[in-house]
Structures are given as C-alpha cells and as structure tokens.
Design a protein around this ligand. Structure first.
Ligand code: BGC
Length: 376
C-alpha cells in the first residue's frame, strides 16, 4: 500500500514539475564579443524567449547576428548569416550582414540631393552612387548603446545611437533608437525611432540575410517566396529607380502567388541587378502592419513571414555573396541567402512624387518590421 501511495505521489510531483521545467524564462544577457581593430569592445546581447529560442545581437551596427529556430521535426538551425569574430564583421566579407543600414538605406543617385535649397554630396561607395549610408561611420559600422527594456509578450533590447551633424555629410544631429523584441510567438519585432534637430533624409532598414535551411546551406534558389506586391520600381543600369511604378505581371518579379526563387532568376542574370535585387511596391490597405512577404524552405518546413508598415521591400537574392567564410567556417555561396528589407523606395530623396523621407525637427521617424518564424 505504501509503495502505491509513494508511486502516486511521485507521479503527481513529476507531472506538476515537468511543464515548469520545459518553460524557459525570458532573459537578456550581455557579454563582450570582441574588440574592433581600434580597440573598442563590442558586446553581444542574447534574448531568450519562453520557447527557449535565442536571438543574438551585436552593438556594432545594432546587428541581428543569429537566431536558431526549429524545423518541422523540432531540429534547430541558425538561419542568419554572420561571423564568429569582430574581425569578420570588419572584413570585406561582411556585406551588411544583419546590421541596421542608414541614414538612408539602398542607393541615392550619384550621392546627391537638394534639401530646402541646399545641395548635399554624399560619399560614392557604390560607383556612381551612394549605398546604405556611406563608408566611414555609417550606421552599420557605428557602435550602438544597448539597454534592456520591458515589453509585454517577449524580451527586448533597445539600441541607441547619436549620429552627429554632418556625419557622412548628412545634415542634423539624428538620435536613433532601434528596439528588437523576441516574442514568445518566435517573432523578432524591430521598431525604429528617430528625431533630428535639422531636416534630414531618413530611411532605415535591417539587412539580415536568411537561409531557412540553416546559414551556410548551399543555396536559397529552392526557397518559395510570396510577395504582397503587384508593382515594383524599375531601375536604370546603375540600379537607380527610373521613377516608374510598373506591374510585376508577366515578369520574373511576379511573386503574387508562391514561386520558387530559382525558377526564373536566370532571366535576370544579365541585368544590372544580377538576379533579384528589386524594390517591390507593397499592396497596402492602410497605415499599420501588413504582410509583405512569406519565405518557405520546403525541405525543413521553416517559414519566415515579414510584416511591415513601410511602403516598400527590397528583395535581394545574395547575388554578391562570393563564398566568404562565416560562422563556424561555413561558406556563404553565391545566392545562398535572401534579404527582405522593409523601407521607403530607393532614391526617394530625389523623387518628389514618392512619399517623402525627410525628417524635420519636432517630428518622429517610425518604422516597424516583424520577422515571424513558424513551420509548415
Ligand atoms: C542592395 C544590393 C547590395 C546589397 C549589399 C542590398 O540591399 O539592394 O544591391 O549589393 O544590399 O549587400
């Protein structure tokens, strides 16, 4: 009798304890990651949600550097390209992996714009154009401050950076905050906020490179993509938008229904974008968060759904990846990752008919992008 009672008691105790043991706690940890070539310390921030999913970030470039998510068998894989050391991020192998880009992401024609009657000349780092905010201390290379912040339904880190007046030749002191939240639904929510003391163009994005089969897998050409976009912005031979808004229908850019990325990409190989490297005009119903893209790896079943409140998304198929060695020595081959960068249309600063990217004193720049991970 006593044995039976003991058995019942132990079983009850075990049943009570198991779910608690399986639920991980929401945590944020911050540790040194390494030093820059100038001796500054770069910190790594790890957010863990109640599912035990971890997302990692660096203070250099407020970089989203790793996230391990389950496949349909529960097998975890890190789906983000990146490096194990600061030196990797400082090398030419780092093609904006996971960082925040700006003040203006993508290209500005010939690095020129006129604002309130004054002409500005920015650095030409992608001849003949300016790309992703410049060369010296653009936001991707800056060292940001990281603070834990309290949010509901997840765990968050807020990165802040003060970009001084005339940095990279952009006017005004720009105060920028980027908050990453790892929710308990396995979403990474990115909230951008900026204010200025002089009018200045602002269009920020995150440049995460995803391979849902795991970073370092050979290709993304087998991934299936859907884009909520009936139109795109055609470009000239230097990948600057012509100003036209054209339908995707009947072109290799039609992803309005799920399509395998590799199916039609070769039709674009001979074009200036060398594959997919296009800004899509999102079909929008209102001002809030709406689905922009859905990417699926049919093998693993991992799915990434992108939501945003921005007017456009740049879909880039990693055409310039060249086999650089990344995390754990894995090779990042040509077209082995996808970037889905939510933003204003490229070169908006020179397109008066498009929605303005000029931030003025007393106004706030805001942008939300959600990368939601699931399985199918
Ligand atoms: C651009 C590409 C560029 C790449 C750099 C993308 O956002 O659209 O043209 O080569 O960034 O990594």
């Amino acid at each position: 009798m006593r044995r039976i009672q003991m058995f019942v008691l132990l079983t009850t105790l075990l049943l009570m304890m198991t779910p608690l043991a399986l639920i991980a706690e929401e945590t944020m940890t911050q540790k040194p990651f390494g030093r820059t070539k100038y001796g500054a310390t770069i910190e790594k921030i790890t957010l863990t949600n109640t599912n035990g999913v971890k997302a990692e970030f660096l203070t250099r470039g407020a970089t989203f550097c790793a996230i391990s998510v389950p496949d349909r068998e529960g097998e975890m894989a890190d789906v983000l390209l990146g490096f194990d050391h600061v030196a990797g991020y400082e090398s030419k192998g780092n093609q904006y992996f996971g960082c925040i880009v700006g003040r203006v992401c993508n290209r500005i024609a010939k690095g020129k714009f006129t604002l309130d009657g004054k002409d500005y000349q920015l650095y030409i780092n992608n001849p003949p154009n300016h790309l992703h905010g410049g060369n010296g201390n653009s936001l991707d290379k800056a060292i940001w401050k990281a603070d834990e912040v309290k949010t509901d339904g997840g765990v968050s880190v807020k990165f802040s950076y003060h970009s001084p007046d005339a940095e990279e030749n952009y006017p005004g002191n720009l105060l920028i905050e980027v908050t990453y939240t790892l929710t308990n639904k396995n979403e990474v929510r990115i909230e951008y906020f900026a204010t200025t003391d002089q009018a200045t163009p602002v269009s920020l994005t995150n440049h995460a490179y995803f391979n849902l089969a795991g970073a370092g897998s050979k290709t993304v050409l087998d991934h299936v993509l859907t884009l909520n976009a009936d139109h795109y912005t055609p470009t000239d031979e230097t990948v600057i938008p012509t100003g036209e808004i054209a339908p995707v229908k009947g072109t290799p850019l039609d992803f309005t229904t799920p399509r395998v990325i590799g199916e039609r990409i070769d039709k674009l190989t001979e074009t200036a974008s060398l594959g997919y490297d296009h800004n899509f005009v999102l079909n929008r119903k209102g001002e809030g968060l709406e689905q922009a893209a859905r990417l699926k790896d049919p093998q693993s079943g991992r799915v990434l759904t992108v939501y945003t409140d921005q007017p456009g998304i740049q879909f880039y198929s990693g055409n310039f990846l060249f086999g650089q060695k990344g995390k754990q020595g894995k090779e990042y081959a040509h077209r082995s990752a996808v970037c889905l960068e939510t933003q204003h249309y490229p070169d908006s600063v020179n397109k008066p008919d498009w929605s303005s990217i000029i931030l003025r004193p007393g106004k706030e720049y805001r942008h939300v992008c959600v990368y939601a991970f699931s399985v199918e």
